[in-house]
Unconditional design. Structure first.
Length: 188
């Protein structure tokens, strides 16, 4: 005798937005591969790193009239089963009415051990499919390490792994950020 398991159908963005509309504000949900995922509260170390990043990115983005936004969602009109929420988005377009942008310049994730697979995998692939994206940063919370994906001026992207003594070069924001500054006053 065989038993067939029926998988739940993949949720689409419209269904996802309807599902979360009445959820409490303190709940943060994202849609990954058609599955609604409730995000755990971030650790204090995670939030310290995000705060350092926001502070370092803000003056670079301001030169171009752009904003640094922690916790804003992203959408792609050509991908109907993803609506992730990166830790930080740098964007320059008009303000979005629904909390979801489609035009990031820079995306940053500070993964935890439980989210590393998604942050470096399907979420990174989604972000890199957005045509406006110029850089994607994975900033580790447990060691002074940053993975920088950069699109550059051509069709080819580069990936660099940076350590404590390196600079995060962001030519599209006409500046750089010392990796060490992200971990200031944080014991690793």
């Amino acid at each position: 005798m065989s038993l067939a398991l029926r998988r739940a159908p993949r949720m689409r963005v419209a269904e996802f937005l309807e599902m979360i509309r009445d959820r409490p504000d303190e709940e943060r949900w994202e849609l990954l591969g058609g599955e609604a995922v409730l995000m755990a509260p971030p650790t204090e170390r995670h939030q310290e790193i995000v705060g350092h990043l926001v502070g370092a990115l803000r003056p670079l983005a301001a030169k171009f009239g752009c904003r640094v936004l922690p916790g804003i969602g992203l959408r792609n009109d050509f991908v109907d089963d993803h609506a992730p929420i990166p830790d930080i988005v740098v964007r320059c377009g008009p303000r979005v009415p629904d909390g979801y942008a489609r035009d990031p310049w820079v995306v940053v994730e500070v993964p935890s051990p439980s989210t590393m697979h998604d942050d470096r995998g399907r979420k990174a692939a989604f972000y890199r499919g957005l045509q406006t994206l110029r850089a994607d940063l994975i900033v580790y919370a447990d060691e002074a390490r940053v993975e920088l994906w950069s699109r550059g001026n051509g069709p080819n992207a580069t990936v660099r792994v940076l350590g404590r003594d390196d600079l995060i070069q962001l030519p599209d924001l006409d500046g750089s950020i010392p990796v060490a500054a992200l971990y200031e006053d944080i014991s690793l």
